[in-house]
Design a protein around this ligand. Structure first.
Ligand code: PEP
Length: 253
């Protein structure tokens, strides 16, 4: 079975002390995650070392960066390289979150470069895709997402693609409290998998973990994750509440 993942995205929230308290609280309730499932914490960059130390040695619990730069090193003040992440032991990076696409003008092409460099350093990209409300209302969400996949992923070999996690996050459902219905989520996840199948074949497509993101909470996680093509979630708001996120981890298939 595909790996099932509950990924927390803290975004630009919490002080160091609050982050430590939250992580301690969650880890006191879930000290390891059983094989086939993973819990991932995408914490703000200044907290990566702290989080990495706290999850060290814990089974199937990992830390993610929320971003990285597309260049190896050099005069890029303020940016974070994948080599730096690797040196901390960080194994995941969230790429292409809609907030970064919108506020920091990240294009599909730039994301292709970031994916390449992350893979070069053995860091698993959690590649986010998803349509804005206007596109959903126009009914063209499949074309929109297909183009994101094509422009950021389809240059990869099958072997490289299998190292990626995809997160489908309809923008109209992020931080809005408005969750896609489990049917809407499944429909898009199945569509994404079919696109991957057309390009890379059924075995590769069936092996890729596709997360759903957009107002996932304890109350809806079980139903969303119960869909055949939904392999867990990327969780913003609810990941800041220990009991909510613990319940979301426990809702994984
Ligand atoms: C996210 O930040 O990726 C997200 C899905 O946020 P929320 O769960 O708050 O909608």
């Amino acid at each position: 079975m595909r790996k099932q993942i509950a990924a927390a995205n803290w975004k630009m929230n919490l002080t160091l002390q609050q982050g430590e308290e939250l992580l301690d609280n969650i880890l006191s309730k879930i000290s390891s995650v059983e094989e086939g499932r993973q819990a991932v914490f995408a914490v703000p960059a200044p907290y990566l070392v702290m989080a990495q130390q706290k999850v060290a040695g814990k089974q199937n619990i990992f830390v993610a960066a929320q971003n990285c730069y597309s260049k190896k090193s050099g005069a890029y003040t303020g940016e974070i390289s994948v080599e730096m992440l690797q040196s901390l032991g960080v194994t995941f990076v969230v790429l292409g979150h809609s907030e970064r696409r919108e506020y920091f003008n990240e294009s599909n092409q730039l994301l292709a470069d970031k994916i390449n460099i992350a893979l070069e350093y053995n860091i698993t990209p959690i590649f986010c895709c998803g349509e804005p409300l206007a596109i959903r209302e126009a009914g063209t969400q499949n074309d929109f997402v297909a183009q994101q996949l094509e422009e950021s992923l389809y240059h990869l070999s099958a072997e490289q693609l299998q190292k990626i996690v995809i997160a489908y996050e309809p923008i109209w459902a992020i931080g809005t409290g408005k969750t896609a219905s489990s049917a809407q989520a499944e429909e898009m996840h199945a569509f994404i998998r079919l696109q991957l199948q057309d390009k890379y074949g059924i075995d590769v497509a069936e092996s890729i973990t596709i997360l759903y993101g957009g107002s996932v909470k304890a109350a809806n996680a079980k139903e969303l994750f119960g869909q055949p093509d939904v392999d867990g979630g990327l969780v913003g708001g609810a990941s800041l509440i220990a009991d909510e996120f613990v319940a979301i981890i426990n809702a994984l298939k």
